[in-house]
Design a protein around this ligand. Sequence first.
Ligand SMILES: NC(=O)c1ccc[n+]([C@@H]2O[C@H](COP(=O)([O-])OP(=O)(O)OC[C@H]3O[C@@H](n4cnc5c(N)ncnc54)[C@H](O)[C@@H]3O)[C@@H](O)[C@H]2O)c1
Length: 435
Amino acid sequence: MSNPNVKPATGKLGIMVVGLGAVSTTFMTGVMMTRKGLAKPIGSMTQYDKIRVGRGENKKYLHYNEIAPIAKLDDIVFAAWDVYPVNAYESAINAEVLKEKDIEPVKDELMKIKPLKAAFDKNYAKRLDGDNVKQCKDRWDMMEQVREDIRNFKKETGVDRVVVLWAASTEIYVAPDKNVHYTIEQLEAAMKANDVDHIAPSMCYAYAALKEGCPFIMGAPNTTVDIPAMWQLSEETKVPIAGKDFKTGQTLVKSGFAPIIGTRMLGLSGWFSTNILGNRDGLVLDEPANFRTKEVSKLSTLESILVAEEQPDLYTDYFHKVRINYYPPRNDNKEGWDNIDIFGWMGYPMQIKINFLCRDSILAAPLCLDLCLLMDLAHRAGCYGTQRFLSFFLKSPMHDYTKDEVPVNDLFKQYVMLKNFIREAGGYEADQEID
Ligand SMILES: NC(=O)c1ccc[n+]([C@@H]2O[C@H](COP(=O)([O-])OP(=O)(O)OC[C@H]3O[C@@H](n4cnc5c(N)ncnc54)[C@H](O)[C@@H]3O)[C@@H](O)[C@H]2O)c1
């Protein structure tokens, strides 16, 4: 089977990553090591998962790339922007996520990735003080400079297509503003007027990417493409967007575990999530304004799975709190604790404790790969606007909040959307069968 409306994955795929820190370098190193046959891309759906296509006696289980044309790892070419000037090799060493033995074999390739100057404003991440930063007249100029970077990258490498992935620090919270973020005209006027309070640097990257015909993925919880003006731009340019916030550790557990409570009709009186982490991400999130962005994203998961309006006896007024504590000794090895207070038959209380010792960047790297490859596929399939089938990978899936649309946060419903997208991209019928 094949879908004639999906263009083949010919030529090279450029992946331009905003931020060259722990997540990005773990992602890049893993792809390069896999290409050499020295590592395995474990955790990646596009590299491992098999799904059923067809029904009855015609059914078969195939890998994604046997169903739809997905770019090969060998065809990926990387580039990055960062506030700090160190190359991807030095950054990978500094991040202390991977052992040197897992980096050295691709040292030469990594050293060639030298970060382009960042479109950056220190007010959006006070704890960062690198100087590899663009000098910009205003936000419009900032955006134009990013467009030029994308064009130069295409010219220098000859890549066929480019996807832009934000894996940079979380910016301070920017609330969607009806006077600035609701139409393309407003957004452009604010960029030209250098409205630095409402136009985050990430919006300049996103606007630039869409104008250059490159899908944009927001891996942090930033508002960036989660505003009506960007949805419109994505429709106008016919380039897809996705976001926001990689769903890796604690929220992954939450979106997988909450459906157990919800499907068994158990009650919830409280869910307290706390964790310690000590990497640069943790340092940035130690700043209250930056944490606020993360908090909004993390809190939204539960409320759309266990809904008070649907089951008032079970889910009215449960207490949900999320905390992140910066604790340097742990570096990238995060430890999360969840205390869940539930109640059952006749209201009797019970408790569940989850202690997850995870590695942040090890969990995020396969998501980066899958999101980039699937966004490229979506673009070749002619999709634009918010790609809701990618909610599976995201903590705070984008949805049209101006029309009271609700996000799908239940991991298993998200997986059905993902599988159906792959099936349709391969010319098969979407379905809901369980297997
Ligand atoms: N690892 C996870 O499990 C996970 C989960 C969800 C979201 N995230 C998000 O992914 C992002 C990356 O995480 P990380 O651990 O790699 O952080 P990191 O601090 O190691 O790397 C981020 C890099 O981004 C750079 N940066 C900041 N602003 C920039 C800008 N405007 N332009 C270019 N570069 C910029 C910083 O200098 C830094 O090197 C964070 O926003 C984090 O919240 C990570």
